[in-house]
Design a binder for this molecule. Sequence first.
Ligand SMILES: C[S@@+](CC[C@H](N)C(=O)[O-])C[C@H]1O[C@@H](n2cnc3c(N)ncnc32)[C@H](O)[C@@H]1O
Length: 221
Amino acid sequence: MVNKKEIKNNLNKNELQKNFNEKEFEIMKQKALENHIPIIMDDTLEKIKELLNEEKPKHILEIGTAVGYSASCFAKYTEDAVIDTIELDEQRAKEAIENINKIGISKRINIMIGNAVDILPTLENDYYDIVFIDAAKSKYSIFLEEGIRLVKNQGLILADNVLYKGYVMSDYNKHKQRTAVRHLREYIKQVTETPNLETEILDIGDGLAITKVIKKLITNN
Ligand SMILES: C[S@@+](CC[C@H](N)C(=O)[O-])C[C@H]1O[C@@H](n2cnc3c(N)ncnc32)[C@H](O)[C@@H]1O
């Protein structure tokens, strides 16, 4: 027997397949690359695609929309996930809105304009299956703290750029990179040393941290 929810999911899937405009998606990607917008790298995306296949998320939160490329990929590679995404830069957010309209996926993506540091505390606890962090490196620890609150038990927090062009693992860093490196090292320390977090750091793209959040700690007592 097919229940109402399944019918709705199938409709969403069909609707997306019918509406997803591949040509506009490619134009968005090329334009972003030409304009040096730092969009997610192809090999990082391949890994995320695998994770999306395994996890089948329904709710994804993204911090750092830019022009909507990665959010569109999340919509493209899931059947019916709804993506909430936050962007500080108004101009970029406007462009992202135009892009998702052209691609035909505006029903699947909610763009919130503002500073994630202010917006995240207004979002509901334990709601998201996946949180993707891809914004200001100096705020990664704040985004992690909020991400832990916002994901469901066993949910994933993904953080891009954690190896920052190799600088994070290097002893020598130019002054310009030092602050970002310090923040990213702090992030890696937190996700690898906090007991209820299980983390894998992958040396792909600019470095991807995949953290599973175990909300209920199993103790021997
Ligand atoms: C690396 S880009 C995001 C790329 C995008 N995820 C993609 O792959 O298509 C980072 C974006 O985060 C935004 N950003 C930086 N700090 C932010 C903050 N505190 N809150 C929200 N967005 C922020 C920047 O304006 C920038 O557009």
